[in-house]
Design a protein. Sequence first.
Length: 278
Amino acid sequence: MTTDSIDQEALRQRFNPDGSLLRRQQIRMLDILLEVDRICKKHNIQYWLSSGTLIGAARHKGFIPWDDDLDIEMLWPDYQRLMRVLPDELPETMALQSTETDPNYFFFYAKVRDRRSHLEESNRYDRVWREQGIYIDIFPFYRQPLWIHMLSEKAQGHVYSIMNRNLPSPEEEGKDDGKGYMWKVRLITRFNEKILFPILRFFCKFSHARETYGLGIPYHDPRYMEDTLPLTEMEFEGHLFPVPSNTHAALTLKYGDYMKLPDIDKINLHVGKLEIWD
């Protein structure tokens, strides 16, 4: 299947017509991406569109019509630099969310959040976080053996178990402050962040494995840097953004036939509830 054989307009009209809630969400995510792109260019920080966002660029020249998230990736040194500069560089309408900026946040990748919206994801992990607006995800990558990454997944996996065990009932929704269990989440997350993961990263220095998601992130599919660097550009929603030099190889590695549309009658969105303010 090619982009010419896809009825892009029919998909837009079905899933994200202009003015729809999903389209407004996508525009907010694009606004965040443009701001992050500006900051990365200013500080010479490399990143690239990834996952469904990259499929959207390659297949639709923008968002996958039903997509309600946006992902970018970067190598670990660039990620560390970006985490240092973002808090001072972002406009007041946006905020960095990481383990450093939100005491209850337990993901080992960052989000940049819009402060003029409120969303609730269906998994409700966000119920005790400080920032709960529309967001984009920023994933760090570095070289590590699979066994090390899976050990890190298991170590941080206890947090997900705690959060799932303590899901509030519909009657308690909105009243859950996490006081009865969040101390455990914070303790595990800080131990991993400050003690276990630095030790594991030391051993990663001696590895000749492929780059994959940072420690503690519950995904471990590899990235081939020879398919990624040097970066090139691709159109996404009327703008040019960095993408892997061999986008076809990168997407085929992760998804197989990424140009084939899924069964659009079985599509599920991440967002449970969403409000957007002007």
